[in-house]
Design a protein around this ligand. Sequence first.
Ligand SMILES: Cc1ncc(COP(=O)(O)O)c(C=O)c1O
Length: 225
Amino acid sequence: MLLNTPHNPTGKVFTREELDLIARLAVQNDAVVVTDEVYEHLAFDGRPHIPMATLPGMAERTVTISSAGKTFSVTGWKIGWLHGPAGLVAAARAVKQFLTYVSGGPLQPAVASALGLDDAFYIGLAADMQRKRDLLCAGLRAAGFEVFPTSGTYFVITDAAPLGYDDGVELCQRLPELIGVAAVPVSVFCDDKESTRSLVRFAFCKRDDVLHQAVDRLTGLSTRT
Ligand SMILES: Cc1ncc(COP(=O)(O)O)c(C=O)c1O
């Protein structure tokens, strides 16, 4: 079973009850859970991120993946790690060996050093990102977007239909030219493209002055064609 919490693009953070259900099903079906928790330190509003491997009976059947990219704001570095039962980790290492072999070798000591930072760093990261979320979401709402709640990651999904844009792909293609803001159509994440046609994902992992500028520019969107 593949799991991603906190989830990109929805910003959903799975609750203990939801994880319990998934864990029960995994045990019943003797399944392995591969869980992508790269946004583990970006959960908001006091919601805890609960690692699947910490649930009873799950450590021996869970492979947990994380990444320096999200936690230390170095997305281009492409350095991550996984942990789990020795046999599964060995299998993952064999695949890695034949695919990309290594990533950013000279940067890896920096990541190892950053992993030693104390809790205050991680708490500050989430608080800062939550504030940025609130800033961008308020701006998006004021600009006329419907804004869906996001409890984790640094993404927010919006509906551009209230602004008169019912095709997210087309809007995202035009946004840089129209107002100098970039976003991603949610339909690119989905098999069922129709149900997400007018949805657009924005990112708030930006400097405050950039977010303020984006909000100003987005406010002018409803008057553009
Ligand atoms: C859910 C999820 N997993 C994994 C990754 C990959 O992380 P990295 O670029 O740090 O390898 C991303 C990046 O966007 C992501 O959103």
